[in-house]
Design a protein around this ligand. Structure first.
Ligand code: NAI
Ligand code: MG
Length: 492
């Protein structure tokens, strides 16, 4: 989500080899040698075969993580040295950023400039948490009686981390950074659509000096591999990013062992444009808000509230820009939008476009698959949308925006909040009164004023309502990766 560096040199197509699992510091095949294919979403072709972790493999990974936590050198590693390992990992990733970005684009369909931006954010995140490692402190607490009480902040334990495909390496970094800074060990499952880049970073983690078993990386499907992590009795916590329906299943399955869970679950974020805004910037902002990474972004500005008196001009300008957006090969630096990640996602988006039209919304531009190879969808704008239509309620996770005109401030705040989501919101105005009141009233974990998709590793990120539980990034994440222990000593 960081700003990308624009470079125009052509990008070499990475050579991809079959993928093993990473368990206990070793690259291994799955029990039974089960595999599944990794796909190039810009062509639909198979890139390579990937080892699929079975329940037994999950158990091997959890055992390795438990051993590293309780018996290995990790337990005795000084906090400052945990930080040094994270710094080293960040350096190694930075050195290989071009190759990793190319791999990310090949497998996820992200444009190469977006992947470069992601890689910078990955490095920033690891460095940010490297700095935290030796600053996670307990407190001395004044208590009644002649006692000394203090608190220790200790790792939660073995952390099961389940991530999606839209920001494969960035989601990895958001989860590894705080977990490792706090001294936990990890069993991570990458998304089945994007099983490649995380495995390369697993290799780099060994070079960075993380002892065997501290980090374990698996591939496989959610209902099998993911499920086995969730129900494993020796996993202490689940950190998940994905759909809220999946989170509901995970929460139920984690209940038997009362695992701690944190969830980051997407949104239907309101992007509110007032007539007094700088309209050039607001048009560009609304465009970026919805089309960034083809709309496959949890914070996508998919409900575009526009003050009625500027609606016509605003939509015309947005539509003009949309028609000019360049779709194509994500590895071509001139491409502005790559394919959606999978056939399933493309079909989901096109299904919503159809539903929008059936429910009476008016298609202004786009609405179709682009080309006949790969999983591309045209930038799409709907007008005449009612708040209760499916396209205005559900997360589409594609380049599809609903324009919703409004007349006044109170009305738009109420409508902005009339959603089961609450991840992000934005307002475009020159009036500081409106801006701050909106920021206070809107139910969302992140609020942007005159900007969009600005996410920094040092600020907390997460959602209200069905958008999640807990926060990632910033100091806030550390709370979810430590247990607080109270120690009380009788003084004579
Ligand atoms: P998903 O929630 O099914 O998958 C996310 C991760 O969870 C993947 O690693 C998957 O293998 C795993 N998973 C799935 N079922 C599981 C289970 N029963 N137990 C344990 N792990 C499980 O999301 P999916 O199917 O990739 O996308 C569907 C929709 O979810 C998207 O269209 C979008 O609306 C939303 N989504 C939101 C994301 C966000 O950034 N908040 C990211 C990806 C998807
Ligand atoms: Mg799913």
């Amino acid at each position: 989500m960081a700003t990308a560096t624009v470079r125009s040199a052509p990008v070499k197509r990475p050579v991809v080899k079959d993928q093993p699992l990473f368990i206990g510091g070793k690259f291994v095949d799955s029990v039974g040698n089960k595999t599944f294919p990794a796909i190039d979403p810009s062509t639909g072709e198979v890139l390579c075969q990937v080892q699929e972790a079975t329940t037994e493999d999950v158990d091997r990974a959890v055992k390795a993580a438990r051993k590293a936590l309780e018996q290995g050198p990790w337990k005795k590693t000084d906090a400052a040295d945990r930080g040094r390992m994270l710094y080293r990992l960040a350096d190694l990733i930075e050195k290989e950023a071009e190759e990793l970005a190319a791999l990310e684009s090949l497998n996820s369909g992200k444009t190469i400039s977006d992947s470069r931006g992601d890689l910078q954010a990955v490095v920033n995140t690891l460095r940010y948490y490297a700095g935290w490692a030796d600053k996670i402190e307990g407190r001395t607490v004044p208590v009644r009686g002649n006692f000394l009480s203090y608190t220790l902040r200790q790792p939660v334990g073995v952390i099961g981390q389940i991530i999606p495909w839209n920001f494969p390496l960035l989601m990895l970094a958001w989860k590894w950074g705080p977990a490792l800074a706090c001294g936990n060990t990890i069993v991570m499952k990458l998304a089945e659509q994007t099983p490649l880049s995380g495995m390369r970073v697993a290799e780099l983690s060994l070079e960075a000096g993380f002892p065997e078993g501290v980090i374990n990386v698996l591939n496989g499907y959610g209902e099998t591999t993911g499920h086995a992590i969730v129900v494993h009795p020796d996993v202490d916590k689940i950190a998940f990013t994905g759909h809220y329906e999946t989170a509901k299943i995970i929460a139920k399955n984690a209940a038997d062992t009362l695992k701690r869970c944190t969830f980051e679950l997407g949104g239907k974020s309101p992007n509110v444009i007032f007539a007094d805004a700088d309209l050039d910037k607001a048009v560009d902002g609304a465009f970026h808000a919805i089309y960034f990474h083809g709309g496959q972004c949890c914070t996508a500005g998919s409900r575009l509230f526009v003050e009625q008196r500027i609606q016509k001009e605003f939509v015309e300008r947005l539509a003009e820009k949309s028609k000019k957006r360049k779709l194509g090969d994500p590895l071509d630096p001139s491409t502005e939008q790559g394919p959606q990640v999978s056939q399933e996602q493309m079909q989901k988006i096109l299904g919503y476009v159809e539903k929008g039209q059936q429910e009476g919304a008016k298609l202004v531009v786009g609405g179709k698959r682009f080309g006949n190879r790969g999983f591309f969808v045209e930038p799409t704008i709907f007008e005449n949308v009612r708040d209760d239509m499916a396209i205005a309620r559900d997360e589409i996770f594609g380049p599809v925006v609903s324009v919703l005109p409004f007349k006044d401030f109170n009305e738009v705040v109420e409508r902005a909040n009339n959603t089961y989501y609450g991840l992000a919101a934005a307002i475009w105005t020159k009036d500081i009164d409106k801006a701050h009141t909106f920021a206070r009233e809107v139910k969302a974990g992140t609020v942007w004023v005159n900007c969009y998709h600005v996410v920094d590793t040092s600020t907390p990120f997460g959602g209200f309502k069905m958008s999640g539980q807990g926060r990632e990034n910033g100091e806030a994440a550390l709370e979810h990766y430590t247990e607080i222990k109270t120690v009380t000593i009788k003084l004579s």
